[in-house]
Design a protein around this ligand. Structure first.
Ligand code: NAD
Length: 347
């Protein structure tokens, strides 16, 4: 196993970048460039160990390969994590050093926002490398991908509610939202506008209070959100929320959310199926953001066209559920096979 970590997927290339002057310690993982340059966001996060950071980068970059392939984008999968320096640090200098690491890959990896990084960080990177996206541009399409990610999750929930729950509209459908961050908040807005009843939790009490005031949401504790009595669960915080401990407690019949790597292990997807819970794979439903930054990067972006492309996630949910029926398998395993079949060199 790679670096002694268990069950690691095979990656084409992994860059460990360090810059003592700025405190940069970063990992850039290129899982696959079969479809094109590896494209995926950059996470700034505090990790308990270097191995945990490496594990995250490897898992996230593999997820990007599958996500970009299922979204039919001409890009491979990669992801970067910057280990948050302890104490105060010079953020522009740190990102400039990270930008030099991205530049050193000569375009094999293209970066954008992820958890802990902002459009301002991406703008800073742009001074050092052209291999960056997710930047607001005057008079042109671009910027924060999270509203597009939220839209993709929303249309996936609509499709799932229709096909799995037999609901023709989201009016009165109960949705539990774990995390009211950049994506979760936009998703709450879309769901509320569609008449859904929201149950919410976030470690940030101020966000929860706003959701209660603005959407009439019911607030529950972070320990209780996954087991809330709802129709749909939307994990929009961090990964591995669906695991051995939580799966037996879930009461939703449908899961669709933005968080990457929601299943702790493939076996947790099997356990969901046994419990009669339909899990729509994260990398299928949360592709809206990468579709947005990929179109922006190629200079092909235009708001209505990108939204229409993101809306096609609903068609993929429908196709996935048909494939699941035909294969007598689980959505997670079928999506994995489907995506891997597309990890081939593009003409
Ligand atoms: P974010 O950091 O803005 O929001 C995450 C939110 O979750 C925060 O409000 C945080 O307080 C909350 N949170 C953390 N731990 C929690 C817990 N245990 N219970 C409840 N809430 C908790 O991040 P984001 O950009 O909204 O992304 C959310 C997830 O979606 C991440 O896993 C990210 O990788 C994934 N994702 C994001 C995008 C995007 O466009 N931003 C695209 C694809 C996937």
């Amino acid at each position: 196993s790679l670096f002694g970590l268990p069950e690691q997927p095979a990656h084409e290339r992994v860059l460990l970048a360090a810059d003592p002057a700025t405190g940069l310690k970063a990992i850039v993982a290129l899982h696959s460039t079969a479809r094109g340059p590896a494209f995926g966001g950059c996470r700034l996060w505090h990790y308990d160990s270097d191995a945990a950071a490496l594990n995250d980068a490897l898992r996230l970059s593999q997820g990007m390969s599958l996500k970009n392939a299922l979204a039919d984008l001409p890009f491979g999968g990669g992801k970067a994590v910057i280990l948050k320096p302890p104490g105060a640090f010079d953020r522009p200098a740190l990102f400039a050093a990270f930008g030099r690491a991205v530049q050193s890959l000569g375009g094999a990896y293209i970066t954008a926002e992820d958890v802990g990084t902002t459009t301002a960080d991406m703008r800073g990177l742009q001074a050092v490398t052209p291999f960056v996206s997710g930047i607001p541009r005057d008079g042109a399409f671009g910027g924060d991908p999270s509203p597009k990610t939220a839209w993709g999750v929303f249309v996936a929930i609509q499709a799932g509610a229709r096909l799995v729950l037999g609901r023709t509209s989201l009016e009165g459908v109960r949705v539990a939202l774990q995390g009211l961050g950049a994506v979760g908040w936009h998703l709450a807005e879309f769901l509320h506008a569609a008449g859904a009843k929201l149950v919410v939790a976030d470690v940030d009490a101020a966000k929860v209070e706003r959701a209660v005031a603005q959407f009439g949401a019911v607030a529950v504790g972070v320990a209780d959100i996954l087991a809330a009595e709802v129709d749909v669960l939307a994990p929009c915080a961090l990964g591995a929320s669906l695991n051995e401990q939580t799966v037996p407690t879930l009461r939703a019949k449908l899961i669709a959310g933005a968080a990457n790597n929601q299943l702790a292990t493939p076996a947790d997807g099997d356990a969901l199926q046994r419990r009669g819970i339909c899990y729509l794979p994260d990398y299928l439903v949360n592709a809206g953001g990468i579709i947005s930054v990929a179109r922006e990067y190629r200079g092909e972006g235009e708001e209505a066209a990108v939204m229409a492309e993101v809306s096609r996630i609903a068609e993929r949910v429908e196709e996935l559920l048909l494939r699941v029926q035909a294969a007598d398998s689980t959505p997670a395993r079928v999506a994995d096979d489907w995506a891997r079949s597309k990890l081939v060199h593009q003409p």
